[in-house]
Design a protein around this ligand. Structure first.
Ligand code: DLL
Length: 437
């Protein structure tokens, strides 16, 4: 395979040079952070009064962690490091508690972010001949405008279709010969189901690639989307606090996500002790942004669980790779004392051919016990009025799940297309247990 690079020099920079670059950028970021009310105070307590406190990359450990909670406390301008009239854009994540976390950009910040997204898109083999349909939410969410700008930077024809309305999405694909789409993996699965339901023939569209991210998904889900839609799916990772998409992305080797280390410093730490973990071990990803002036963000605890690959990538890039994010530290469910990540359930059910493209996990209290119900859609060729094969399938799913997660779930089968679909990130878990029980 021949690999293409957007910025070959930077993407293949020998590690000592890359690390020297990071050190310089980290010092700049610390200096910039000291201009914000939040970091000025936080660094003061940690004894960091200037960028001179950072003499080596290892000194990053002198810097205190930043959490989502800090961001909420600092709302709206506690993290702003430049005069308000130099800010040209903001993005925000609404969060579940109501107080948004807001990130501000100046013009240069936007252009740096765009070049990381362009680099990511280019690494998947796209070029200006591609027609790119951005099937994700526009607005305060970073996925829409972030990919939009990156796609234009690559020179692709960008169709800002936004999420939802599959009939219109198919029409756009057919009319303009879309070759690449961007969506959440759950929306891609929905698109596939709708394609069959609406009788859109695969030959009527030219699709060959998708960027899928903004939510966790398993390797089996990737394979399912690839096989059903006959496309290549590339994993795309990012978060609002680090600009949005374009933080880590799969290259054509499709084996882990390169984290763009000239833009972000990544650490994997034990989520309990916050001590660094050796390469290869799974822990919480902590990120430092090196490419944004307006809103510095240092040692941000993402809550995302991942690990570093230890061996280099076939593509020749020197930027390290992360394993796909399996979930978040705050995603974990405790069911009658047993720890369970939703991704463990997804792994099992998405590998079963008879199971359809959508599922939901429900946890309830029954007396003193927790009760786990897994609702899955069945494949489109399974009829809901034929009880015997349905019972057999239900039992098969239950047993396979139990063997894998050591919890005996209740399994409910639903007709294809009947479980709720979200146009943005999928809501896979409904935890109905009383909060303070
Ligand atoms: O989801 C940014 C983005 C947009 C990424 C489009 C990729 C594509 P937030 O809304 O702030 O930003 O959510 C960030 O989503 O901390 C992860 O928990 C999760 N996440 C994002 N990408 C992936 C992925 C955008 N590829 C949060 N795999 C992150 C697993 C992901 N989880």
């Amino acid at each position: 395979m021949t690999y293409q690079y957007w910025n070959q020099k930077m993407e293949t920079l020998p590690r000592p040079e890359l690390e020297a670059y990071q050190l310089g950028a980290l010092k700049t970021a610390v200096g910039q952070a000291l201009r914000t009310p939040f970091y000025k105070e936080r660094f003061g307590k940690a004894g960091i009064s200037s960028a001179d406190a950072i003499k080596s990359l290892a000194d990053i450990r002198k810097i205190p962690f930043t959490t989502k909670h800090d961001l909420r406390d600092g709302f709206p301008y506690g993290f702003l490091s430049i005069p308000r009239d130099e800010v040209v854009r903001l993005h925000a994540s609404s969060g579940t508690t109501g107080t948004p976390t807001t990130i501000y950009f100046n013009r240069e910040d936007l252009s740096r972010w765009t070049s990381f997204v362009a680099r990511s898109i280019y690494a998947t083999g796209c070029n200006k001949a591609d027609v790119f349909q951005n099937m994700i939410t526009y607005g305060l969410f970073t996925g829409g405008l972030g990919f939009h700008a990156g796609g234009e930077e690559v020179g692709m024809l960008v169709i800002p279709s936004g999420s939802g309305n599959t009939t219109r999405q198919f029409k756009l694909m057919q009319d303009f010969g879309t070759t690449v789409v961007h969506a959440t993996p759950s929306f891609l699965l929905h698109v596939e189901s709708k394609m069959r339901e609406e009788g859109v023939s695969r030959d009527s569209i030219k699709l060959r690639k998708a960027f899928a991210g903004a939510e966790p998904y398993s390797e089996d889900t990737r394979r399912r989307i690839e096989e059903l839609l006959k496309i290549d799916v590339y994993n795309s990772y990012g978060l609002s606090e680090m600009n949005g998409p374009g933080v880590a992305f799969e290259c054509q080797a499709k084996n882990g996500l390169h984290i763009w280390e000239d833009g972000y410093i990544a650490e994997i730490v034990d989520p309990d002790t916050l001590e660094p973990l050796p390469d290869g071990e799974t822990g919480e990803l902590v990120l430092t942004c090196l490419c944004r002036e307006a809103t510095p963000m240092l040692r941000y605890r993402t809550r995302d669980l991942s690990s570093f690959y230890t061996e280099p990538c076939a593509c020749g890039r020197t930027h390290r790779r992360l394993h796909r994010i399996t979930g978040r530290t705050d995603d974990m469910l405790i069911i009658n004392g047993v720890n369970l990540f939703p991704s463990q359930i997804e792994e099992v059910i998405m590998s079963m051919k008879e199971v359809g493209n959508n599922y939901l996990i429900v946890v309830e209290k029954e007396g003193v016990l927790d009760r786990l119900t897994v609702k899955t859609e069945v494949g489109q060729d399974i009829f809901m009025d034929d009880a015997r094969p349905l019972n057999a399938l239900r039992e098969k799913i239950r047993k396979t799940l139990q063997a894998s997660i050591t919890i005996n779930p209740r399994v409910e089968l639903h007709e294809s297309g009947s479980l709720p679909v979200s146009e943005g990130k999928a809501k896979r878990v409904q935890d109905m247990r009383p909060k303070n029980a």
